[in-house]
Design a protein around this ligand. Structure first.
Ligand code: UD1
Length: 344
């Protein structure tokens, strides 16, 4: 066994896939999740894939007493991956206090307790949203961050700064910030995947719900951008590939492969795909048509962004591997599984 890792938000979309990859790599996992945007059944899915049931604590990381209890009941945690956060861009504009309170208090509590319980490594789930609209693509980690366009984005920027300040103050921890591009897809077994609450805001869940008939039509937000086909361009990263980046990041910190206390990596494929190209890829990979129409631009959208993942490739030894067709098939299989289970 490589060590015990606390995964906050571990029943969520990225947290559950990361728990699977941690267990496959020989780590023991303790999940804490308040189930605000996920479901305890996810733990069963993780067990069906890996044959191992992670410890699960239903609780809220904004409560420091809950965390004290967790660290006492699960001694010997050496690393934390912090996924627990509110993440809906639009909602954050409506409820900024909720977003700042939740996302920042979780982070502060964890950073505060790490030295108390001897936890050495911290992986923070950041986002390419910290870059704003890039001056050039692909974008490297050294590009300047720009004024956030939403409170959600601001919490990611502020969190990155808080982690840097805490390390600068001499806290005996190491941290890696992973800036995700657009995570999509599901585990190839379809035992776990993305389970959006209500009407999905993100492209792929909306697309698969349209393909299966839950939504009549997918709206493509704008075809008059300055891109080859006029729709926005993103770097769509397979969620299992993304999950594996977390294992590499933990290995690096816990095996002391670097003497830097703070590092930052882009986690993307290095390729930009437009919204219309993604719809084509889905139709090609699954043979299922997606009714769609062009509508007005969505406020606050970035025109185009894709990663330069060279640093993660070379330093972490991590590469995105899944093809877009396999990723689309995994998303579709997951949507069909939800239907079979009568969930949607
Ligand atoms: C947003 C956030 C990102 C966050 C991610 C996951 C910003 C700038 N980006 O990414 O930080 O990590 O959500 O929550 O805040 N689209 C459609 N029709 C739809 C839905 C989306 O055309 O029904 C288009 C959008 O206009 C966009 C692309 O698809 O061009 C991707 O959208 P989405 O999946 O929502 O992700 P981002 O906005 O890129």
């Amino acid at each position: 066994m490589k060590g015990k890792i606390l995964v906050t938000g571990g029943t969520g979309f990225i947290g559950s896939h990361t728990t699977v990859e941690l267990q496959n790599a020989g780590y023991e996992v303790v999940i804490i999740d308040n189930l605000s945007n996920s479901n305890a059944d996810v733990v069963d899915g993780i067990e069906r894939i890996t044959g191992i049931r992670p410890a699960f604590v239903e609780g809220d990381c904004t409560c420091i007493d809950t965390l004290h209890r967790l660290f006492k009941e699960h001694p010997g945690i050496t690393g934390i991956i912090n996924f627990a956060a509110s993440k809906a861009v639009g909602e954050s504009v409506q409820k900024p206090i909720l977003y700042y309170r939740n996302n920042l208090n979780i982070l502060l509590n964890l950073l505060d307790l790490m030295p108390v319980y001897g936890v050495r490594g911290f992986v923070f789930s950041s986002s390419c949203t910290v870059y704003g609209e890039p001056d050039q693509n692909p974008i490297t980690e050294d590009a300047p961050t720009k004024q956030a366009t939403s409170p959600y984005g601001a919490t990611k920027q502020i969190s990155e700064n808080i982690i840097a300040d805490v390390i600068r103050s001499g806290s005996p921890i190491k941290a890696i910030l992973l800036r995700y591009f657009n995570p999509i897809g599901a585990h190839p077994t379809a035992e776990i995947g993305e389970l959006p609450n209500g009407v999905p805001q993100n492209l792929v869940p909306f697309l698969t719900q349209t393909a299966i008939g839950i939504r009549p039509m997918l709206s493509v937000f704008g075809d008059d951008y300055n891109t080859p086909d006029g729709s926005c361009i993103r770097d769509f990263i397979n969620v299992v590939d993304l999950a594996k980046a977390h294992v590499k990041a933990l290995d690096r910190m816990l095996e002391d492969k670097s003497d830097k206390a703070l590092e930052v990596f882009n986690i993307g494929t290095g390729e930009g795909l437009s919204v219309l190209q993604l719809i084509d890829a889905f139709e090609r990979a699954t043979g299922v048509k997606v009714p769609h129409k062009i509508v007005e631009r969505r406020e606050g959208d970035i025109e185009q962004i894709w990663a330069d993942p060279k640093r993660a490739n070379e330093v972490l030894g991590w590469h995105a591997e899944a093809s877009i067709d396999d990723t689309m098939r995994s998303a579709w299989k997951w949507q069909q599984r939800l239907r079979e289970r009568g969930i949607m």
